[in-house]
Design a protein around this ligand. Structure first.
Ligand SMILES: Nc1ncnc2c1ncn2[C@@H]1O[C@H](COP(=O)(O)OP(=O)(O)O)[C@@H](O)[C@H]1O
Ligand SMILES: O=C(OP(=O)(O)O)[C@H](O)COP(=O)(O)O
Ligand SMILES: [Mg+2]
Length: 394
């Protein structure tokens, strides 16, 4: 079911959104995920519903961390909607119940970060029940979180029905379904970013789907370590080195081209102004960390991308938030834009990847910018998303 299948007037809609947006010094960096949720938000308001929004921000690990409060997000939401926005300093209990009861039809309540409670990630029954108590019906519009079997995404539907899809979730699934399930080939997947332990596992299933896998960004150095190459102080997931080895072997056995950067930009520290230089694949010395792919890698990745017919990209090629380490990400973004011009279907997904393509000014020059990274990868693997299977059938 979707929002269009339910009567909203006079009802309280509990809606899960993905407002996990980049925040620096209290200011929202890229509000794409908020803007993308506006069609569902405005629809509920226009239909005369009361809207209770819930989201996570970052990974506070089950306790209160004020630096990951959604308060600045509530302030920003006020500038995006024509409705009253109230913020509840806890997502459950009396605080939340009071703020919700004070709000009227057409008003919005944003609840504090659901990950301030351990129950959220544990998909705890009691916590799910407490969230469910806030609404008359549930709506999931958090595509970017739909790969998480957490209380606010999935568990809540055990106690609150109907559970319907929002317009963003519906749009994302429709697009991905149409483009990656029967893709034009060559089909290239590009994986980067920093969530290595989360995302390295998807490679196994991607091997059966794509023709080429490109690994870049922070994902690279776990593979380098598996090859026995020095990685200095670069990001590495020690528990995944063996898996990285197996994945490269499987790619070889299955005839899938597997590409790693042939060079990297290494820096003395995790700072834009740190001393930095380009080194080749076996040249990362102790005291240096790799923060971007190098120029040769950008060229070879670019050549593969420009010859592809379908490209899915999740995870920046470097620390694109710092100007000195954004070149690799920008070059791959340019290659995607060129491939699109040549008729390829190009999809870039992920909160940070979406921010990166926007920063490069190329968001209109690719086929689809998805709000989900991990979620779009799970979809691409052919797995069911917990936040989607939990919804009520028509
Ligand atoms: N070599 C690297 N070392 C450390 N962090 C990196 C590196 N390359 C990319 N990153 C970081 O990865 C983050 C994004 O990762 P992730 O959340 O997995 O991507 P997305 O949000 O697009 O799904 C960015 O903040 C970026 O700075
Ligand atoms: O930012 C997100 O995913 P992404 O970085 O893969 O795009 C989602 O909000 C999920 O966050 P999580 O990976 O902490 O569960
Ligand atoms: Mg991210």
């Amino acid at each position: 079911m979707t929002l269009k299948d339910v009567d909203i007037e006079g009802k309280t809609v509990l809606m899960r959104v993905d407002f996990n947006v980049p925040i620096k010094d209290g200011a929202i960096g890229d509000d794409n995920r908020m803007v993308q949720a506006l069609p569902s938000i405005n629809y509920v308001i226009e239909q005369g519903g009361k809207l209770v929004l819930m989201s996570h921000l970052g990974r506070p690990g089950g306790s209160v961390d004020k630096s990951l409060s959604l308060q600045p997000v509530a302030e920003h939401l006020k500038t995006l909607v024509d409705a009253d926005v109230n913020f509840a300093e806890d997502c459950i209990g009396d605080t939340a119940a009071f703020v919700i009861s004070e709000a009227g039809e057409g008003d919005i309540v944003l609840l504090e970060n659901v990950r301030f409670h351990e129950g959220e990630k544990a998909n705890d029954e009691e916590f799910s029940k407490q969230l469910a108590a806030h609404g008359d019906l549930f709506c999931n519009d958090a595509f970017g979180s739909s790969h998480r079997a957490h209380s606010s995404v999935a568990g809540v539907t055990r106690y609150l029905q109907p559970a319907v899809s929002g317009f963003l979730l519906e749009k994302e699934i429709k697009y991905l379904d149409g483009s990656v399930n029967n893709p034009d080939r060559p089909f290239v997947a590009i994986l980067g970013g920093a969530k290595v332990s989360d995302k390295i596992g998807v490679i196994e299933n991607l091997l059966g789907k794509v023709d080429t896998i490109i690994v870049g960004g922070g994902m690279t150095y776990t593979f380098y370590k598996a090859k026995g190459w020095p990685i200095g102080d670069s990001l590495v997931e020690d528990g995944k080195v063996e898996l990285a080895s197996e994945l490269m072997q499987k790619a070889d056995e299955q005839g899938v081209k597997f590409m790693l950067p042939v060079d990297s930009v290494v820096a003395r520290a995790f700072e834009n102004d740190a001393e930095h230089k380009v080194v080749d694949e076996e040249g990362i010395e102790d005291g240096w960390m790799a923060l971007d792919i190098g120029p040769q890698s950008a060229i070879s990745f670019g050549n593969i991308i420009k010859n592809a017919r379908t490209v899915v990209w999740n995870g920046p090629m470097g620390v694109f938030e710092m100007e000195n380490f954004a070149d690799g990400t920008n070059a791959v973004a340019e290659a995607l834009a060129e491939a699109t011009q040549l008729g390829a279907t190009t999809i870039i997904g992920g909160g940070d990847s979406a921010a990166a393509i926007k920063q490069a000014g190329l968001e209109e020059q690719v086929s689809h910018v998805s709000t989900g990274g991990g979620a779009s990868l799970m979809f691409l693997e052919g797995k069911d998303l917990p936040g989607v299977v939990a919804l009520t059938d028509k």
